[in-house]
Design a protein around this ligand. Structure first.
Ligand code: NAD
Length: 354
């Protein structure tokens, strides 16, 4: 597996983006987000996704220079339009505004509609948690065909609609971070499995006839198969909830109409940011949160070699281990490296040690 320099990989991604007409500050945000996704253990949302972004920009589905616009400010309610720009920039900027507002008011409800792919939802949860705030977000996906079958259904009607909850526990601990798709597996993980010719684990995918399959290519076949929701009716209900909150409340819409399922992926966001300090004494909250985390992680392991972790610990561990360099799978590296070469840039400069 190639090992890459964190700094050089991020710089190369920014250069590729700039070479394709992305303003430098937006390119820097996207590059940082993608490299951090790889560094968080989520290669599905890392540097290997770049070629698909550049194709979307070339097709006019992603507006590389678009900046988020504040459409409505009602004090504790902020509503943005992302104008189909990079979510890694637009949703970041909108989240920064919401963080400032939540600090002032104790609470801020943020919507962002029409963002191009925002990447890893946990990125924004981490931003809020590192600013001392709690964060709960529902996200839906429009502009591309449905990918996830509703519980009891044989074809797709929803998207992978991720949800995220983040909250600081105590200064000496990683924040709690729940960040996952409401499908049994994220679509981009299936993309990487198809690229690497790997089977999808059982119980996550059905083919176009509604039969269980492990062939990653069935998801994008003609006609396409579908991902299953996680936890049967439970994941399905959360995915539906994301359509109502992120799709309807943001004004960005759901997958209901034929037009909403074409034209390029767009994420809509509904997020609640709150200041835990407004609910009680910070010292007690930290002590109680830490005591609970200790109680849970002190649980005896189910199997030798396993350990109970707090959600968010896997990402924090990966991030702290990859400040200087990280590994990419061969197929993820090839996608990123070939994208650099296509723009007359040398990916070899990223390899560690050089
Ligand atoms: P996943 O199944 O890898 O789950 C990740 C979550 O599980 C994290 O909160 C992590 O801390 C927690 N976790 C993992 N192992 C754990 C353990 N042993 N103990 C306790 N907690 C543990 O996530 P996923 O569904 O594959 O999603 C991957 C990424 O894809 C996410 O960042 C998500 O936001 C992103 N995504 C984005 C979109 C979009 O439209 N932008 C759509 C779907 C998914």
């Amino acid at each position: 597996m190639p090992t890459v320099s964190t700094l050089q990989a991020e710089r190369l991604a920014a250069k590729i983006l700039e070479a394709t007409g992305t303003p430098a500050d937006i390119a820097a945000n996207v590059a940082h987000h993608l490299a951090l996704a790889d560094r968080s253990g989520h290669a599905s949302h890392g540097l290997s996704i770049l070629p698909s972004y550049l194709s979307a920009a070339a097709a006019g589905q992603l507006v590389a220079h678009a900046r988020p616009q504040l459409m409505s400010d009602e004090g504790m309610l902020l509503a943005f339009d992302g104008h189909q720009g990079y979510g890694q920039h637009g949703v970041k900027v909108a989240t920064e505004h919401a963080i400032t507002r939540a600090r002032e008011k104790g609470l801020c409800i943020l919507t962002v509609r029409n963002s191009y792919h925002l990447g890893r939802a946990g990125h924004y949860g981490e931003m809020a948690a590192h600013a001392g705030l709690g964060y709960l977000a529902f996200i839906n996906v429009v502009g591309r065909p449905a990918l996830v079958a509703p519980f009891g259904g044989a074809t797709a009607r929803l998207s992978t609609n991720p949800l995220c909850f983040a909250m600081p526990i105590a200064p000496d601990r990683a924040p709690f971070l729940l960040d996952y798709a409401t499908s049994a597996i994220a679509a981009n993980k299936v993309r990487l499995m198809a690229a690497a010719d790997l089977p999808v684990p059982e119980g996550m995918l059905i083919d176009s006839a509604g039969n269980p399959t492990q062939d990653a290519n069935d998801l994008t076949g003609t006609p396409p198969g579908a991902l299953l929701p996680f936890g049967e009716h439970k994941g399905y209900a959360l995915g539906f909830m994301a359509e109502l909150l992120a799709g309807v409340m943001s004004g960005g819409g759901t997958l209901a109409s034929e037009e909403s399922r074409t034209g390029g992926l767009r994420n809509n966001v509904f997020a609640i940011l709150f200041d835990p300090g407004k609910f009680g004494q910070t010292s007690w909250q930290r002590a109680e949160g830490s005591a609970f985390a200790d109680y849970v992680t002190g649980c005896p392991p189910a199997e030798a070699g396993m350990r109970v972790m707090v959600p968010g610990e896997p990402e924090a561990d990966h991030q702290s281990a990859s400040a200087e360099h990280f590994e990419m799978t061969r197929s993820a590296w090839d996608l990123f490296a070939n994208c650099a070469r296509a723009h007359h840039l040398s990916p070899e400069a990223c390899l560690w040690p050089r």
